[in-house]
Write a protein that binds this ligand. Structure first.
Ligand code: TMP
Length: 214
């Protein structure tokens, strides 16, 4: 089973991934936690290029191709083998991020993104996706306070330096996806307390796990 976690900057993905991981661990599931960009050794290098604040001149198509290259490596080296072993794969961001960031916010057309994604996916797609939804005003404030207190890596902030409109468009992209695929994408109100967000996610996850053949 393939679970993905999505959301704008400061939506609390890291905390909730840790919560789901703890649940999978104590429940005895075989699982793998990973992330994009950067789920592999090669992907970590691509991640550094993508998030480096000095790379503000990075061309939008080059950016898309780098995310796609990261995904190609990630799917073939880690995700597909883990799913074939019967593991639950929990991934911090996947292709919905590309549709929201490079598509809805950067303006690259959906067909180009879909074509590139299909080249690297090897028939893999998330079974369930949690979208942690909140306004960019709140999300960016949270992200910046984490940077200031040292709990978030400053190197992650190329996207955090984008204007608020960029993040509003990312959010719109996500919400359009959630509307188009309500069965897969579960929108969670990320303005709730971390405990309430965790409860909402685990309720959905348990329902989903029960409905799957073991
Ligand atoms: P993170 O901060 O959640 O680790 O994600 C790194 C950044 O990469 C985040 O700003 C979103 C961005 N991103 C894209 O723009 N496109 C993608 O396809 C992915 C996976 C991430």
């Amino acid at each position: 089973m393939f679970i993905t976690m999505e959301g704008i900057e400061g939506s609390g993905k890291t905390t909730q991934i840790a919560n789901i991981t703890r649940y999978l661990e104590v429940s005895g599931y075989a699982y793998m936690v990973t992330r994009e960009p950067g789920g592999t050794k090669i992907g970590e290098k691509i991640r550094r290029i993508l998030l480096d604040q000095e790379h503000h001149m990075l061309d939008a198509m080059a950016e898309l191709l780098l995310y796609t290259a990261d995904r190609a490596q990630h799917v073939s080296e880690k995700i597909k083998p883990a799913l074939e072993e019967g593991k639950i794969v929990l991934c911090d961001r996947f292709y919905d991020s590309t549709i929201a960031y490079q598509g809805a916010a950067r303006g690259i057309d959906a067909d180009t993104i879909k074509t590139l994604n299909n080249l690297v996916l090897k028939d893999i797609s998330p079974d369930v996706t949690f979208l942690l939804d909140l306004s960019p005003e709140i999300g960016l404030l949270r992200a910046w306070s984490e940077i200031n207190t040292g709990s978030r890596d400053m190197g992650q902030s190329r996207f955090e330096c984008e204007k608020i409109l960029f993040h509003e468009n990312v959010r719109k992209g996500y919400l359009a996806l959630a509307e188009a695929e309500p069965q897969r994408i579960k929108r969670i109100d990320a303005t709730l307390s971390p405990g309430a967000v965790e409860d909402a996610i685990l309720t959905e996850l348990k329902r989903f796990l029960r409905s799957r053949p073991s």
